[in-house]
Ligand binder design. Structure first.
Ligand SMILES: C[S@@+](CC[C@H](N)C(=O)[O-])C[C@H]1O[C@@H](n2cnc3c(N)ncnc32)[C@H](O)[C@@H]1O
Length: 325
């Protein structure tokens, strides 16, 4: 029997196939080499795939200004690679890679494959040959995180994904203009042709403007995200302004479809409303943030923070209702 069964015919195959249905297929993606496609409809938070890295290294020290030293990384990777089965070795050697200079053409291809496809995974750097087939989008429909506990990288839907739709993650921070994003993607050796980058000029300008505004708003909010109540009249006025602006921020993030930043915006809205003692609205946003983060990792510090804030705000809201009775 196979480990997984092909979707959508897995139901017919149930009598002969004892593995779970496969949740994705890998096939050609227009202009992007191979890509990963969902084999069925996925809701927000549903898992696309989970993968244990067959190859992991504990990285050497970073050289200031130039990152990890390639010769040392390659040596470590080669040592681990030699212990793998030939099937896994072949899978790794079939991954795409990007050479950044003519000097690199003579270097060990394995090191370059590792650089193009590996991810930080806790204290180590790991290679995930299946996840490595996921292409980049500047408006992705999936995200991933590393679970130390499971020793797996987990890819999950951040927006609804239809059966047959390509799954995308982001390789870079997304709160940049199209030009800024392309500069970062140059390192990966491709011109991005995702939905967000392929828009016509006018729509592109609107999108650039939104991302720049969102970036600035997050930075401006950062020092004000404390639960300390405002003491002076001026500070109270500012806090009221902030509460309003936080709703505009969540709206902008939604308009731009940047699901990776939803939870961050909800946190800003929750804390900003708590500072003006609007406990009801604060509790609603904190709970929305909690639900999103719970999907990703029930035990992460962010999830815990949102859980504590939600219960805190609800308690305040309830005591306010009792006083009002
Ligand atoms: C980690 S691999 C992703 C899987 C790859 N398409 C393959 O065939 O193995 C990264 C490479 O995929 C291609 N790629 C990923 N996202 C892309 C995009 N949005 N537009 C064009 N090419 C893309 C680039 O060649 C990039 O170097």
């Amino acid at each position: 029997s196979k480990d997984t069964c092909e979707w959508p015919s897995w139901q017919d195959a149930l009598t002969t196939c004892h593995g779970p249905p496969s949740t994705y297929t890998v096939k050609a993606s227009n202009g992007k080499g191979l890509g990963l496609f969902s084999a069925h409809d996925l809701d927000v938070g549903e898992i696309v795939m989970r993968e244990t890295p067959p190859l992991k290294i504990s990285p050497p020290e970073i050289v200031k200004g130039s990152g990890y030293p390639m010769p040392a990384v390659t040596k470590l990777v080669r040592k681990e690679f030699d212990t793998l089965s030939s099937a896994v070795q072949d899978e790794i050697m079939s991954l795409t890679y990007h050479i950044t200079s003519s000097k690199e053409a003579t270097m060990d291809k394995l090191g370059i494959i590792f650089r193009t496809n590996a991810y930080n995974s806790g204290k180590d750097i790991g290679l995930f040959p299946k996840i490595a087939r996921i292409n980049h989008s500047c408006r992705p429909n999936a995200s991933y995180y590393w679970s130390d506990k499971l020793n797996k990288r987990i890819v999950y839907a951040t927006r609804k994904i239809k059966k047959g739709e390509e799954v995308y993650v982001s390789y870079i921070p997304l709160l940049l203009t199209q030009e800024g994003r392309q500069k970062l993607l140059d390192r990966y050796g491709f011109k991005c042709s995702c939905d967000a980058c392929a828009q016509e000029r006018a729509a592109q300008d609107v999108s650039d403007e939104r991302r720049t505004t969102i970036q600035k708003a997050f930075a401006d909010f950062e020092p004000q995200l404390t639960l300390e109540p405002p003491r002076t009249k001026k500070a109270r006025q500012q806090a009221r302004k902030n509460a309003k602006a936080s709703l505009q921020l969540t709206e902008l993030v939604h308009q731009e479809g940047l699901a990776d930043y939803f939870a961050k915006a909800y946190r800003v809205a929750a804390i900003s409303h708590a500072r003006v003692k609007d406990w009801k609205v604060a509790a609603i946003w904190a709970n929305k943030g909690y639900e999103l983060k719970y999907i990703e990792d029930p035990d992460s510090p962010y999830t815990m923070e949102m859980h504590n804030l939600t219960s805190n705000f609800i308690a305040n809201w309830e005591s306010e209702l009792q006083v009002g009775q």
